[in-house]
Design a protein around this ligand. Structure first.
Ligand SMILES: [Zn+2]
Length: 283
């Protein structure tokens, strides 16, 4: 250290000052780079991996437990509820008097057209259709002249038009002209236009009507107890103008489910009517 002790002069001081400046600068620069390098290149690099590896692992772990309990109960109600309970859970159960109906034509389904459903608009009959029309091509099974008609539910027969004579074409024309003149269809004309009929009283105020029948089943009579699915009549086209001259015109069953003075589905929307009858027939 001889040179240090003995060299106390201006040049040494200048050198020292310069050296200090250089050192200070180096420290400052080194500090900057030293801070940047580890932060940008070392720290950030390892940080993402741990973050990436850490995030994925907790994520699946967290969702899994949450999804499992959620997905477990969801399938259960969906699987068992989707077919029937969806309606059962959202709608009150149907009363017994409106439940467990059987199709009046075996193998049939509800008419595919809304125009053949209850409460469908009509240019006659006070503007609405009061029952279901079973026409060939619309009810899942072939139907036609003479197709067997069965009781839609057990009950008591209280009308069976065994002795029935279909109006002639002239009588139909006269009847229709009279209704047009008076401006409305009276109950008597309505009844004539339903043709040969069978009515069954199911109790609890529910009555079913089977109309335009070709014939009533042999042995059927008023006051007789019938069971659901029992043969009561055959499909025809009585009470229909076209049927007076053409035995194959307008062949169909007009079937009504009535309660009191009205019919089931009265004042309901087409969708609501279909839903109700679907439930009534358990379809
Ligand atoms: Zn009808």
């Amino acid at each position: 250290m001889k040179w240090w002790r003995g060299g106390r002069n201006a040049s040494f001081a200048l050198w020292l000052a310069s050296a200090l400046l250089v050192v200070t600068a180096l420290i400052t620069i080194g500090g900057c780079f030293g801070g940047d390098e580890p932060l940008l290149e070392v720290e950030p690099t390892p940080t993402p991996p741990p973050e990436l590896t850490a995030e994925p692992s907790p994520k699946p772990e967290t969702p899994l437990p949450t999804e499992e309990p959620t997905s477990t109960p969801t399938p259960e109600p969906t699987a068992s509820a989707a077919p029937n309970p969806t309606s059962q859970s959202t709608l009150a159960p149907l009363p017994a008097r409106l439940s467990n109906f059987t199709m009046p034509v075996q193998g049939a389904c509800l008419p595919s057209s809304e125009a053949l459903m209850p409460n469908a608009p009509r240019a006659y009959r006070a503007g609405v259709h009061e029952g279901l029309d079973f026409y060939n091509g619309y009810v899942c099974t072939p139907v036609g002249r003479g197709t067997p008609i069965v009781a839609a539910k057990s009950g008591i027969v209280f009308r069976a038009d065994i002795q029935y004579v279909n109006p002639t074409e002239e009588e139909f024309a006269s009847l229709l002209a009279q209704q047009q003149t008076q401006g409305y269809t009276d109950p008597g004309a309505f009844d004539t236009l339903r043709g040969r009929q069978v009515w069954i009283d199911h109790g609890d105020g529910i009555i079913t009507r089977y109309c335009h029948l070709l014939d009533v089943a042999e042995g059927l009579s008023t006051g007789m107890q019938v069971e659901a699915g029992q043969l009561i009549a055959y499909m025809g086209n009585t009470g229909i103008l076209e049927g007076a001259t053409d035995p194959n015109a307008e062949l169909h069953l007009h079937f009504e489910v009535r309660e009191g003075a009205g019919f089931i589905g009265e004042d309901m929307s087409p969708g609501a009517v279909r839903q109700l009858y679907t439930r009534m027939f358990g379809q």
